[in-house]
Design a protein around this ligand. Structure first.
Ligand SMILES: [Zn+2]
Length: 327
């Protein structure tokens, strides 16, 4: 564990937010808030080696769909989901301003929110998906005409993506040498909060984008209503895998300092409310099967999608979807 200074403003002044126990290993981590720029982060921070034991577990890498497809085990619902998802990508990722297209966008809107970070389509556009898993997202982008490339740290996920013919490299983004390769879009969907040095990596992303290129980020929203209700039990904290916790203000500031402009924030909750509720109930009732039975039913799922959408509308949703441009 290393004591660090603030990644955004380099200050060493902070106040304690919470002590949080990891539910598997029972280790405690300190969450602190920078007194100068208000960035929230784990301090002291575990090393890459210490962190690795929190990652390489089957339950963390839930890249189930591509694996199931490889084994011919996709069920009927999953097959339908796949077709449906392509329709969503085609509806939102294509520059077509016809009335019919607009109608489809309204129709698909509640479902689109489940697939965050879809870039606006660019002919011959090149996208880098950082932390791409086994390539489910880039496979959808490829199917609508993008040139896709990914980076992923998990060996098994990389192998599966490569078996599907995707250009996916294994390694840490910070160590990767891109030479003269330049991209129109870099996407980091729930990745930035895992980096040891998000500021360094954002500057590096700025460097590998073409002029006019965009970065698309998804991060948990530290200022969300769920974060305030569930406090240290909010699943968006996910200690110690999430090393940094951004608010709309701190994500804007770190992007500005990395050189980006035209920063736009929208809200895209992905069920951290329901997950936190299940987590708290499990701890109180101590009957996991019963709690899962109650919360996994269709009615609860439907209510949670509705509540998430409502919170996003009032800009207090569980996750931030951020887009910014390199001039
Ligand atoms: Zn700071």
């Amino acid at each position: 564990m290393d004591k660090i200074s603030c990644n955004l403003c380099n200050s060493n002044r902070y106040t304690k937010v919470y002590d949080i126990k990891n539910s598997d290993t029972k280790e405690t981590f300190n969450l602190v808030k920078c007194s100068d720029c208000r960035l929230i982060y784990i301090n002291p921070q575990p090393s890459h080696e210490e962190l690795s034991k929190y990652y390489f577990r089957d339950e963390y890498y839930s890249y189930g769909e591509v694996l199931k497809e490889d084994q011919g085990r996709l069920n009927f619902i999953e097959k339908i989901k796949r077709v449906f998802r392509k329709r969503i990508f085609l509806t939102y990722g294509v520059n077509n301003r016809s009335v019919f297209q607009k109608f489809k966008q309204i129709l698909f809107y509640p479902f689109k929110r489940r697939f965050g970070g879809i870039p606006a389509f660019l002919k011959n556009g090149k996208i880098l998906d950082i932390g791409c898993g086994d390539g489910l997202f880039i496979s959808q982008l490829k199917s609508i005409g993008w040139h896709v490339c990914g980076i992923e740290i998990d060996q098994e996920a990389v192998k599966r993506a490569q078996n599907h013919g995707f250009e996916v490299y294994r390694g840490r983004f910070e160590d990767f040498d891109f030479k003269d390769e330049r991209y129109d879009v870099a996407r980091l969907w729930h990745v930035l909060e895992h980096f040891k040095d998000p500021y360094f990596n954002l500057k590096k992303i700025y460097g590998i984008l073409k002029p006019g290129g965009r970065v698309i980020l998804g991060v948990p929203n530290m200022n969300s209503l769920y974060s305030k209700i569930f406090k240290q039990n909010w699943t968006g904290l996910d200690v110690p895998r999430h090393l940094y916790h951004f608010s709309p203000q701190t994500i804007k500031e770190i992007l500005k300092q990395s050189g980006f402009s035209e920063i736009k924030i929208s809200y895209n909750s992905v069920g951290t409310g329901l997950a936190s509720l299940v987590y708290v109930m499990n701890r109180k009732i101590k009957n996991e099967a019963l709690v899962n039975l109650v919360f996994n039913n269709v009615v609860f799922r439907f209510v949670s999608i509705f509540v998430d959408a409502l919170l996003d509308m009032f800009r207090v949703g569980g996750c931030l979807e951020v887009r910014a441009m390199k001039e």
